[in-house]
Design a protein around this ligand. Structure first.
Ligand SMILES: NC(=O)c1ccc[n+]([C@@H]2O[C@H](COP(=O)([O-])OP(=O)(O)OC[C@H]3O[C@@H](n4cnc5c(N)ncnc54)[C@H](OP(=O)(O)O)[C@@H]3O)[C@@H](O)[C@H]2O)c1
Length: 232
């Protein structure tokens, strides 16, 4: 049985992806801060989802969780770094800077380096980083330079690390989507285009499934996909 670890599994893209892969026979280790939402996910799943409530911005918590996953499951085939937060249009102060960088960028790095030794030891694996169009483009996201900086960091690191670890059989893909119909958008932080045109979370899960199904001779490095209504 292949083992996937996915962060941000309690909502949106992470939730859809966890359900999709569990239904396809993966053992899915689901990480998020909300234990209750992870428990609901386990109940809803057709297949095996194992909840690991974890704050990915806490390096020690990440270390403990991955040690537990490896103790309980023995290996990690796929890591999906998906947990992410936005400013939600709120003003930027030092606490907000910590929150965005610690979750989006450092959380991705912590989980990556917690998973890599096992992947290398087992002859390979795949790391899928859910970045954003904000990881490759600046103008489309208005003034939210903090989110843009965090996602540019994720894309840059994916590319640099990917070159290094490819020789160990580990592939690294950065997904760079535009607007997806998830709770990340809400009344305080509305999607600025036609909501009916947004990408659906299940479509992102489909894309991840397609990428993982490809022969290991082909690397999908950065995959950019946006609703056609977005001015990009
Ligand atoms: N929606 C879009 O338009 C869009 C576009 C481009 C890229 N993205 C990216 O897609 C990813 C998924 O976002 P989404 O749209 O699915 O948003 P979402 O519905 O708000 O889900 C975000 C997930 O991240 C988790 N999370 C947040 N902070 C965390 C932390 N410190 N530790 C662990 N988990 C944490 C949340 O769970 P808890 O609150 O329970 O921790 C939740 O499961 C994000 O990286 C986002 O930047 C989204």
């Amino acid at each position: 049985m292949r083992l996937m670890v996915i962060t941000g599994a309690s909502s949106g893209v992470g939730r859809a992806t966890a359900l999709r892969f569990a239904s396809e026979g993966y053992a899915v280790c689901a990480l998020a801060r909300s234990a209750n939402k992870l428990d609901e996910l386990v109940v809803e799943a057709v297949g095996k989802i194992y909840p690991y409530p974890t704050d990915v911005s806490d390096s020690q918590a990440v270390e403990r969780t991955f040690a537990k996953i490896l103790e309980e499951h023995g290996k990690i085939d796929v890591l999906v770094n998906n947990a992410g937060v936005t400013t939600g249009g709120r003003p930027i102060d030092f606490a907000m800077i910590d929150r965005i960088i610690d979750t989006n960028l450092k959380g991705t790095l912590y989980c990556t380096f917690a998973a890599l030794p096992s992947m290398r030891q087992n002859g390979g694996g795949h790391i899928v980083n859910v970045a954003s169009i904000a990881g490759v483009n600046i103008s489309a996201q208005g003034d939210d330079g903090l989110y843009i900086a965090s996602k540019h960091g994720v894309v840059a690191h994916s590319e640099a690390l990917g070159r290094l670890v490819r020789r160990d059989g580990v592939l690294v893909t950065a997904l760079c989507p535009g607007g997806i119909d998830t709770p990340l958008w809400n009344d305080e932080n509305p999607y600025p285009y036609d909501e009916g045109m947004m990408i659906q979370p299940e479509e992102v899960a489909d894309l991840i499934a397609y990428i993982l199904a490809q022969p290991k001779r082909t690397l999908f490095k950065n995959v950019i996909f946006v609703p056609v209504v977005e001015q990009w």
